[in-house]
Structure formats: C-alpha cells, structure tokens
Design a binder for this molecule. Sequence first.
Ligand SMILES: NC(=O)c1ccc[n+]([C@@H]2O[C@H](COP(=O)([O-])OP(=O)(O)OC[C@H]3O[C@@H](n4cnc5c(N)ncnc54)[C@H](OP(=O)(O)O)[C@@H]3O)[C@@H](O)[C@H]2O)c1
Length: 198
Amino acid sequence: MKIAVLGSGMVGNALATKLVNVGHQVMMGSRTADSKPAQKWQSAAGKGTQIGTFADAAAFGELVLNCTNGANSIAALRQAAEANLRGKILIDIANPLDMSQKPPTLTICNTDSLGEQIQREFLETKVVKALNTVNCKIMVNPELAPGDHNLFICGNDTAAKAKVSEFIARNFGWKRDNWLRLWGVVGSPYFNIRVIHA
Ligand SMILES: NC(=O)c1ccc[n+]([C@@H]2O[C@H](COP(=O)([O-])OP(=O)(O)OC[C@H]3O[C@@H](n4cnc5c(N)ncnc54)[C@H](OP(=O)(O)O)[C@@H]3O)[C@@H](O)[C@H]2O)c1
C-alpha cells in the first residue's frame, strides 16, 4: 500500500520505518522537499521509501498519517492541501502541546480537540485519532509495555475506525481486541485504565 507519513520527527521515523519493514511503499513529507531529517530517514530505511513536501506525500498516499508537531498540524495539513487529502483516511497521531509549560499542557482540550478541528477543516477526509496516547516505540512494538493494554480509536466514521483498527493490528502488532471505545466495547460502565511500566 502507498502510505504518506507527514512528519520527520521521532514519530514519523518510527512509523515510517516499521511500515517499510512490513512491505509498504512510504513517502515521508516535510515542509521542504529536501528536509535533512527526511533524507537521513530515507538513507537508513532504504528501498520502498520516498521523501517530498507535505503535498507530495499526501498526493502519493492512499492512507495518510499525521505525525506533525501538534501546534502546527493544521498549518502542515493546509500545506498538504485539501485536494490531496480528500476521500482518504487520515490517522492523526499529533498532540497539541504547549511545550513552554512544565509539564507540557494540551492547548486544545475538554470541549474540543485537535482531531475535531482537523475534521471540521477537512470535511471530505476521514480523520481517525489513534496511537497518540503512547510513546512512539510502543506504537510500533506494543509488547514493550507488558500485558494487555489499550489504544483509543476516535472519529466520527465507524467504517474508517474499523479500517484503522485493522491496519494497526496488522502492521504494528496490536492485539485486535486491545483498543477501546469505552463503555460500548467494555460492555459495562465499571472500568478503569491501568498505567503500566515497561
Ligand atoms: N514522541 C512521542 O513518542 C509521541 C507520542 C504520541 C504523540 N506524539 C505526537 O506526535 C507528533 C510528532 O512528534 P515528533 O516528536 O515526532 O515530531 P515534532 O518535532 O513534534 O514535529 C515534527 C514535524 O512537525 C513539522 N512542523 C514543525 N513546525 C511546523 C510548522 N510551523 N508548520 C508545518 N509543519 C511543522 C516538522 O516539519 P519539517 O519536517 O519540515 O521539519 C516535522 O515534520 C506530535 O504532535 C507529538 O505530540 C508524540
């Protein structure tokens, strides 16, 4: 499958590398076509890789992963261009963090979220929020944290969420029943989240 990974940071690197290793064609997108971090990733990842601008990558991908800096994701996706994202699933992994705060705080929260803002702006893209609650090493190697643990898969398109769940299971090794739609999936309102140490 042709996959666009928007973002050349540690998350883009981890996901793009794993996706190449399991046989996908991946284009990493950045603000510029000759981004140094993207070039570095490409020389390490080798065959099956391409790099380009956010727009090049979004046009290339049948599926698009948003691994850009959360404070700048809307700007990055505007550069990717609405026409290149139209009709596609966008897995949104970004967190809008104010890094000047210690610890960093979410700048969009409670009554709104970055995923919802992206969905409101890109109406013809199916935005599915996933993987953003775990470290990027756990995203592609869930067994780093022992035992059963969960991912949240959020969005307003049920079919797109099912496809993303399947994609994450098949490519990143998450157990199929280890994601959560809270009450509906647990089958009871009486549950809690367990934080575990690797
Ligand atoms: N680190 C983790 O384990 C982890 C876990 C969960 C979620 N997340 C989230 O994943 C996302 C990626 O994190 P990261 O640490 O890999 O990378 P990052 O440093 O947060 O973001 C790097 C990417 O953001 C782009 N970017 C930065 N400023 C921009 C601007 N003004 N306009 C457009 N694009 C801009 C960069 O473009 P260029 O390529 O052109 O430089 C680069 O591709 C973040 O939203 C983070 O909160 C991270």
